[in-house]
Write a protein that binds this ligand. Structure first.
Ligand code: BEZ
Length: 223
């Protein structure tokens, strides 16, 4: 139990408590701004599935403008985008029309309607302590096999960083095929790290104290 700043006492459960990295992303079918879609139809590509609290809200509007502007960069990485909120399909349509007219950009990636929150609850996108039933800003990075590789959760009052979403995707893709690691602040073109050795002989044979567990590699994915 936790005492919040406003004095409420609530059971604090991480929104994504039910799902973990390495889990299969739960499948669903739903109506979206791009027609009827099924999550499993995205197998074979990377997918960023993300929820937002509500249409026609300030931070969410900035996120959708930023993501629409970056859509081609996700596509270059063979990654689809899929948004979700509790709002109805017609609310999504009206919001996208407003965004197009005001910001001169068309949001073409699907926005799922989830009025019953059946998907939001399956993904832990609904904070149980919240008074309303809006989804928070959760983001799931799903690999081409349908496995969750990373997830983030931001509050309603802080927007996500599109460059950081792209960087996370780049890092996940770079480590996906082999036994390499992406260090802090890694960006494409920078060296990755080797997996640390599990052999004592390598520890004693290493030229210096750290080479056996902390060593850069430029050789791409280590198999
Ligand atoms: C926003 O996107 O600005 C927002 C959404 C829900 C609550 C507060 C802010």
């Amino acid at each position: 139990m936790n005492q919040s700043a406003s004095g409420d006492v609530a059971e604090r459960t991480a929104p994504s408590a039910g799902l973990r990295i390495g889990d299969i992303a739960p499948d669903f079918s739903a109506r979206s701004t791009a027609g009827d879609i099924r999550l499993s139809d995205y197998r074979g590509r990377w997918l960023v599935l993300f929820s937002h609290p509500a249409d026609f809200t300030p931070v969410c509007t900035t996120e959708f403008v930023a993501l629409a502007q970056a859509a081609a960069q996700f596509d270059q990485r063979d990654c689809a985008l899929m948004a979700l909120s509790v709002d109805s399909l017609f609310s999504h349509f009206a919001w996208l029309r407003m965004i197009r007219d005001r910001f001169d950009i068309e949001v073409r990636f699907p926005i799922v309607e989830d009025p019953t929150l059946v998907i939001g609850k399956a993904y832990g996108m609904v904070a149980p302590q919240d008074r309303d039933s809006a989804t928070v800003r959760t983001t799931f990075f799903i690999d081409p096999e349908g496995i969750i590789r990373a997830m983030t959760c931001y509050p309603a009052n802080v927007g996500r960083s599109t460059p950081e979403m792209l960087r996370t995707l780049d890092a996940l893709q770079a480590v996906h095929q082999g036994q390499v690691l992406a260090p802090a602040n890694w960006e494409p073109g920078q060296p990755l790290l080797r997996q640390p050795s599990a052999k004592l002989d390598d520890v004693f044979a290493a030229k210096n104290q750290t080479d056996w567990f902390l060593k850069e590699t430029r050789g791409g994915a280590q198999k």
